[in-house]
Ligand binder design. Structure first.
Ligand code: SGN
Ligand code: CA
Length: 544
């Protein structure tokens, strides 16, 4: 055959070839990789891209950049605002009563049931998980797992693998990031992958990396409007919790002033440090602690000081998380993986950053019920999109499966977010989400409750207390006024009760009854027992 070498013909051939390849790519689309970066207790209030009081201060340039290039979900609500149960809902796409994992205590996740990593693995994905697990037992559905036992440690953490436990030197967020990169580097490059990077930070007791110890020094972080909430207009549960900055947060492990309280728990963390880490730590905290002790603060001023130390340490741990997001993205780019890798950023639940005078989570009130969710899917999501649809951590499993082109089993309760990510929200998208918290008695003593939220109204049923609460978040975004007995809201109360019942039927929720799913050492963590245990102990004495 004669080859025509005219430049025009060559150019036409090149154009034809390019269009053929392009068409081929769209028809036989490669399965995308998924990097799911997940933190522990990262409130949306502490991500600049979410706006709010800390928008100027939150140290999240890399997370914000991800939001700028992807979709930020403003209303991602959790099924049950506590670590293990949230993670179990994510793995299974089911509510706690359907996956059997109700609380953090006394339970091991049943890994024989359906999980999305198992389904992805079965369909040819390589699957990995590194960092916090908090579901007991050995994970199923992962080719690689390397986990922090229990809550994990910030400095020189232990890791658990099939071969047992070993200790690593360094700061937990950095080590988890390095392990994630190492796994991606050593994976079978012919297969798509799904990697869960599960950071410990910014979980209690908020220990920053050496390089971030002095961040935010010299500035005063704004206080939330409700820091001195008296819970007037709320029910028994808000009054009886044990999670205030004022009474619950301790001067030892939480605020790093001294280590005498609660069995020397700060010392446990400090004793893991090497001499260099310890020297950096002491050089930072000791002078600040001396100044604090000398100031002899009390009452409101003491709470304000505690808030400043708490929020600064919390944000400092987030600095390392944000760097991790940047590093993981840089790795993907350098290795030509960025175009075909979906990045998801989320947390197991939200958190109180002094709102209502609290830290911790558990309540269905907004700060802990809402969790961050940011997704960038190259070629699919439109950069800088802000979505207000009611979505949930219940939806993650279905979403990951549909992204990978894997069938979603009928039993899964969550919906796939893929149509929303593509900009085609289904007309029949859910109008309300269902919530249920069970861990009572237990840490922080938040009474059991279930509820329904439709984006404006929130109905909560503290069924063991026989108390209902209704909030109108449009008029009362801080949820300060329970409207359950206000005649003006009588029709809304009925509508919301009907909605709650509809969701209970849809999700097959069993009758509420007291189940033996609480913490065995719960009484110790009640406010009264804590006060008794500490009675006679000098709580603000030494600087360590
Ligand atoms: C620990 C914390 C609690 C926290 C639970 C659950 N206490 O017990 O403050 O509520 O974890 O957190 S600590 O003094 O040990 O840090 S969760 O994120 O795992 O659900
Ligand atoms: Ca958590």
């Amino acid at each position: 055959m004669k080859i025509i070498k005219s430049p025009l013909v060559m150019m036409l051939c090149a154009v034809l070839l390019a269009s053929c390849t392009e068409r081929k790519n769209t028809t036989t689309k490669q399965q995308p990789n998924i990097v799911f970066i997940f933190t522990d207790d990262h409130a949306t209030q502490a991500i600049s891209a979410y706006g709010g009081m800390l928008a100027e201060i939150a140290p999240t340039p890399n997370i914000d950049k991800l939001a700028n290039e992807g979709v930020l979900f403003k209303r991602c609500m959790v099924t049950n605002s506590i670590c293990g149960p949230s993670r179990a809902s994510i793995l299974t796409g089911k509510h706690s009563h359907s996956n059997g994992f109700y609380t953090n205590t006394n339970t091991v996740f049943d890994g024989t049931q359906f999980t999305y990593p198992k389904a992805l693995q079965a369909s040819g994905y390589q699957t990995g998980i590194v960092g916090k697990w908090h579901l007991g037992g050995e994970p199923t559905g992962f080719d690689y797992w390397e986990l922090l036992p229990g809550q994990g440690q910030y400095y020189n953490p232990d890791f658990r693998t099939k071969d047992g436990i070993h200790r690593e030197q360094g700061y937990v967020t950095d080590i988890v990031t390095d392990k994630a990169k190492n796994w991606m580097e050593g994976r079978d490059k012919k297969k798509p992958f799904m990697l869960m990077v599960q950071h410990k930070a910014p979980h209690r007791n908020w220990m920053p990396a050496e390089r971030h110890l002095t961040a935010f020094d010299g500035i005063t972080i704004p206080e939330p409007q409700t820091l001195f909430d008296t819970y007037e207009g709320r029910g028994t549960a808000a009054h009886e919790q044990d999670m205030t900055i004022e009474h619950t947060m301790d001067m030892g492990q939480d605020l790093k002033v001294q280590s005498m309280e609660l069995g020397n728990r700060l010392s446990v963390s400090l004793n893991r440090m090497n001499p260099q880490q310890r020297a950096a730590w002491d050089a930072n905290y000791i002078p600040k602690n001396k100044a604090f002790v000398a100031a002899k603060l009390s009452g409101k001023e003491l709470v304000q000081w505690k808030y400043q130390r708490y929020i600064k340490d919390y944000l400092r741990t987030i600095k390392a998380v944000d760097e991790s997001v940047g590093e993981l993205r840089a790795y993907l780019k350098e290795n030509g993986l960025d175009k075909n890798t979906i990045i998801v950023y989320s947390s197991d639940q939200g958190f109180y950053l002094g709102e209502h005078g609290w830290f911790d989570k558990r309540f269905m009130y907004d700060e802990s019920f809402r969790t961050p969710l940011i997704i960038k899917w190259p070629g699919v999501t439109k950069g800088g999109s802000i979505n207000s649809d009611l979505v949930s951590n219940l939806d993650f499993a279905s979403t990951f499966l549909e992204m990978a082109g894997v069938a979603i089993p009928e039993e899964v309760q969550g919906e796939s977010l893929v149509p929303i990510l593509e900009g085609n929200k289904p007309a029949d998208w859910r109008k309300a989400v269902y919530y249920h918290y069970y861990e009572y008695p237990g840490w922080h003593m938040v009474h059991r409750h279930e509820g329904v939220y439709d984006g404006r109204y929130k109905l909560m049923n503290f069924y063991e207390l026989k108390e209902w609460e209704l909030y109108d978040l449009k008029k009362d975004p801080n949820e300060m006024k329970n409207q359950i007995n206000n005649p003006e809201y009588a029709a809304i109360v009925i509508e919301m009760k009907v909605e709650l019942e509809k969701l209970r039927v849809q999700y097959k929720v069993p009758e509420n009854k007291v189940q033996d799913i609480s913490s065995p050492d719960a009484t110790y963590h009640s406010a009264t027992m804590r006060k008794k245990a500490l009675k006679g102990k000098d709580v603000i004495t030494s600087s360590h």
